[in-house]
Design a protein around this ligand. Sequence first.
Ligand code: MG
Length: 392
Amino acid sequence: MNAAVIVAAGRGTRMGLERNKVLAPLCGEPVIARTVRAFERTGWFDGGIVVVTGACDLCEMKRILADAGLHAQVVLGGADRQESVCRGLAATNPEAQYVAIHDGARPLVTAEVIARTLESAKKYGSGVAAVPLKDTVKRVNEGGVVVDTPPRDALRAVQTPQTFEAELIRRAHAAYALGERATDDAALAERMGVEVRLTEGDVENIKLTTPEDMLLARQVILRREGQKEEKPMVRIGHGYDVHRLTEDRKLILCGVEIPYTLGLLGHSDADVALHALMDALLGAAALGDIGKLFPDSADEFAGISSLELLRQVKLHLAAAGYDVVNIDATILAQAPKLAPYREQMRANIARELQIDVLRVSVKATTEEHLGFTGSGEGMAVHAIALLERADN
Ligand code: MG
């Protein structure tokens, strides 16, 4: 026969909560209800499950467990954890041969972790859940100066459940009821000279101590219960294009015809800015590039307005389920000055993409007379685009 003692008497001071942290809701259910259910549903605790809590939480604890359809017995705790466990042990069925002691603030404990501690207790007298350390641990003096670095391989972070032969852990608590306090039950058994066995715990079996722990626990529960957060998939894309400047061509940037002595050379209207932007959009959706969608060799695209091509890109994105979050383009040109045309450029793009103009950014810069843009031989444009899709 097995029994369990779940300690839920602590205050949530580090949690920034005034009330006992195990009463706080986690994914719509109080933490303690989740913890108790993890034990009840195993069906292994025929000797009863005892929840130990403080006087001020006694009524609420009973109500929460009753509302959740749980059968654990609620008893009054003591002045500290050790005394609370002692009172919990006293309330367990005297015929129980094994007792699992668990923190009420570890609701993510799995049946597998519980089973390993129970099996170990049956075989060796004790089974304490533990995990290897990820961080190196330093021992420090009072001034915060490192004294030594224990080898990490020999260290374990100890969790609960800590499961023992009932007789053994009762004797340990009785022996040290008035002595120096221990931070866990295994320490009392160790003090008696008993060999304590560790079993494999679970990194997700965290003790909810800080608000960040609650966030983490929420993610674990959502994953375990197969629910996905309503989180859109976002994707980023980059585009780059260059066109040569030449005489007898119009200069068209983002669909705006700009008065200048030179224009951009190309198969379409050679709108280098929209070309880079379209490649960014297509790149974000992994739909290829404008060379693939609108080949140079096709007559139908000769002299076509790139605004019309952008409209078609928008249709491709929509068909694939993507919405445009925002775009940003940088035009590299020595001349002419583009600032006077910027608002019209943004408006053109926003219209074709059917998004608010605040989501569209167009910038221009010179390259200080350096390179082919600096010499006025051509113009180049970099663009990035962010897309989102509702389903995952
Ligand atoms: Mg081009």
